[in-house]
Design a protein around this ligand. Structure first.
Ligand code: ARG
Length: 464
């Protein structure tokens, strides 16, 4: 099955750290700058006022490249994104344990925290938190933080309970999230603060529990109804068995990957299940990106294709090429629209002979939407036709996903423009980057077939 993955992406370019003083701009770099900043504008609009949770292990903080992450966090906040940062501190705990010759114990991949280890966890968490707060307080002139006034709030937002005995191992002071004071976090975010959460939880009896960063991040994202949960990892995203980076994944596809014995990077094993849980519980998107790739956060968030793996619960994944067996399903979707005169009538024979131009959206093995691409290769343009979604599934993003898939196919065919003829749904297309065109904009062949009685309007969209 062809999936909706934009997989097999070229390897992401390795970017070097942004120099403090940019090189003298040539007109080409200036044009590129203007182009990119404009291309980011829709994301800036979409993200303002939304809550993002960014999570990473303690190794991220220990690394010099963390400064780049801090610069990007600072920029996100200045764009009006409500930011919750969740950090881990495992390497720092390990270092302190070692210093004090306390053995480190793990069960099921999680630390067994006894009283001695807990002291080390507290020390480590304190160090990491202070370091993050210090970097977020930077404001040196001439640096990306100039003029920044980041206020960081940390607090007793998490109530925890003991993890208990797991498969016969008493996990002691290792705990699980029990309650999150989302109201307090919302208030801090309303005030424009960055909320910083350490992997520690408190109980009503005054105990402290050691929590995992992935659990805290997931629970915070779910309970805060976050738009995004972003994990910074050692690797650049999720790769399939053929080592191809998977750009988009549905939670179902992600589960399938995890269930295979295929080799997955340790970070992916850790964060992907958390990302799935978050998306299945209402977080709109989860992203797994590299912490080593300078600017990865910005590239992921402000470009269409991103640089890592983006996970979503539904829809996106269920787009595939149509086969002859889908003809009946497609007809059931488009027939009512043909009857209403919204779509041009096509016979079953014609549909079957053109089936390879169709894609379908399916839900639970039912066809719930379709679209077709007719390429006019000489003129480098394509027609988007027969775009339809079953009424029960409208406004769930399927139309959008079908359009995106058609656009992607058109780009693969090196088409430069997509057009659509429509009598009814102009707004939908206008909202998605189409602009009015004229009959003269159509490819020759299409012009000669244009049905003047239908009075369809031409809408067109350039493909970059
Ligand atoms: N910038 C967009 C967003 O943050 C799209 C990112 C796509 N990323 C990906 N790995 N496919 O929502």
């Amino acid at each position: 099955m062809a999936t909706y993955n934009r997989a097999a992406r070229r390897n992401s370019p390795t970017m070097s750290r942004a120099p403090e003083v940019p090189p003298p701009a040539s007109s080409a770099t200036m044009r590129a700058f203007v182009h990119w900043i404009r291309a980011a504008a829709p994301y800036v609009h979409a993200f303002r006022g939304k809550t993002f949770v960014i999570a990473f292990g303690g190794e991220v903080v220990a690394d010099d490249s963390f400064l780049g992450v801090v610069h990007d966090i600072n920029l996100l906040v200045s764009l009006g994104i409500r930011l919750v940062v969740v950090h881990g501190c495992r390497p720092q705990v390990e270092a302190i344990l070692k210093q004090q010759s306390i053995p480190s114990r793990y069960a099921h991949g999680v630390r067994v925290t006894d009283v001695d280890a807990m002291d080390c966890v507290l020390e480590a968490a304190g160090q990491v938190r202070a370091r993050i707060e210090a970097l977020l307080s930077l404001g040196l002139a001439g640096s990306p933080m100039a003029g920044a006034r980041n206020r960081v709030s940390a607090g007793n937002y998490l109530t925890a309970k003991p993890m208990g005995i797991v498969d016969g191992v008493d996990m002691q002071l290792t705990g699980e999230v029990r309650r999150i004071d989302t109201e307090a976090i919302q208030q801090r975010l309303d005030d424009g603060d960055i909320v910083l959460i350490s992997p520690l939880g408190y109980s009503q009896t005054g105990e402290i529990f050691n929590l995992t960063v992935e659990e805290v991040a997931t629970q915070v994202a779910v309970r805060m109804n976050a738009q995004k949960l972003i994990f910074l990892m050692e690797t650049d995203g999720v790769r399939n068995g053929r080592r191809q980076l998977l750009s988009d994944l549905s939670t179902r596809e992600a589960e399938a990957l995890l269930s295979k014995p295929a080799k997955l990077a340790p970070d992916v094993r850790l964060f992907l299940p958390a990302a799935i849980r978050a998306c299945d519980n209402g977080v709109k998107r989860a992203h797994l990106i590299s912490r080593h790739h300078d600017g990865a956060l910005l590239l992921e968030l402000f470009t269409r294709d991103g640089v890592g793996t983006m996970l979503a619960a539904t829809a996106l994944a269920n787009i595939r090429n149509a086969t002859i067996d889908d003809a009946g399903g497609i007809i059931s979707i488009i027939e009512p629209l043909e009857e209403q005169g919204v779509l041009v009538r096509r016979s079953r024979e014609r549909l079957e002979s053109e089936i390879e131009r169709f894609i379908v959206a399916e839900y639970d093995n039912h066809i719930i939407g379709c679209a077709a691409l007719y390429a006019f290769s000489d003129e480098r343009v394509g027609e988007l036709a027969a775009l339809a979604v079953h009424p029960d599934f409208q406004r769930e993003g399927y139309g959008e996903a079908l359009l995106q898939e058609i656009e992607q196919r058109a780009r693969k065919l090196r088409l430069q423009k997509l057009f659509v003829l429509t009598t009814k749904t102009a707004h939908w297309f206008l909202e998605r980057g189409f602009r009015t065109g004229t009959i003269a904009d159509l490819p020759q062949q299409k012009q000669s077939l244009y049905n003047y009685r239908r009075k369809s309007q031409v809408y067109q969209k350039p493909l970059q």
